[in-house]
Design a protein around this ligand. Structure first.
Ligand code: SF4
Ligand code: SF4
Length: 176
C-alpha cells in the first residue's frame, strides 16, 4: 500500500519548474506503457519505467523518487518522445528528475557515474557476454568499452569535470 501521508503536493512544480512548457501535461499520462515498449533501458536491471516515474511525481512520492536510480540509465535515444500518445515527453521527464535529484543535495553523485568511468557507458554492455554469444554476437558491442585507448581518452576528458575532481577518491585508474 502506498503511504500518501507524507506526499509532497508541490512536487510537480518543484521538479519541472520553468521547464513545464517543455513537458506535456503529465496528468494526461494514462499509464499505457507505450513509452516502455521501445525503451532499451526498460530491459535494464533495475528497469527504467518512465510511466512509474510519472506516477511517483504525480503522487508526490518525494523520498521514493530521490532514491530512484533508474532515470540515470536512460540512453537518450528519444524513442519514447515519439511514441507517447499523450504528448507527455517522457525523455524530458527523466531529465528533469535527474536535475531535481542533483539540486536536492550538492554532494549527490549520479549513480551511473562509476559505471561511465569504468566502461564508458550507463549500461552494463560488457556484462551480457553469455546472452550475446547465444545470438552469435561478439562479447561486447564495438564501442568505447572494447576500443583500445578509448577508455583512457574518455577518462582524461572526465577528469576535467568538477564532479570527478571533487570525488577523485572514487575514480582511480588501475595501475598499468
Ligand atoms: S530516451 Fe531514455 S527513457 Fe526514452 S526510450 Fe530512450 S532510453 Fe528510454
Ligand atoms: S507513453 Fe505517455 S501516456 Fe503512455 S505511459 Fe508513457 S508517458 Fe504515460
Amino acid at each position: 500500500m502506498i503511504d500518501l501521508t507524507e506526499a509532497n503536493t508541490n512536487l510537480v512544480k518543484e521538479i519541472f519548474g520553468d521547464d513545464l512548457d517543455k513537458i506535456g501535461d503529465i496528468r494526461k499520462c494514462y499509464n499505457c506503457a507505450t513509452c516502455i515498449s521501445g525503451c532499451p533501458a526498460a530491459e535494464g536491471d533495475p528497469p527504467l519505467l518512465i510511466r512509474r516515474l510519472v506516477r511517483k511525481v504525480l503522487l508526490g512520492l518525494e523520498d521514493d523518487l530521490l532514491d530512484d536510480e533508474t532515470p540515470w540509465s536512460c540512453v537518450s535515444c528519444n524513442c519514447c518522445e515519439e511514441m507517447c500518445p499523450m504528448g507527455v515527453h517522457p525523455f524530458e521527464v527523466g531529465l528533469a528528475i535527474r536535475r531535481w535529484q542533483c539540486s536536492q543535495d550538492e554532494t549527490y553523485l549520479p549513480p551511473s557515474l562509476p559505471e561511465v568511468w569504468e566502461i564508458g557507458h550507463t549500461q552494463s554492455v560488457h556484462k551480457q557476454g553469455t546472452l550475446r554469444a547465444s545470438l552469435g554476437l561478439a562479447d561486447a558491442p564495438p564501442s568505447v568499452c572494447v576500443t583500445p585507448g578509448a577508455i583512457a581518452g574518455f577518462r582524461k576528458m572526465l577528469k576535467e569535470t568538477d564532479v570527478i575532481r571533487d570525488n577523485s577518491y572514487m575514480f582511480k585508474e588501475e595501475e598499468e
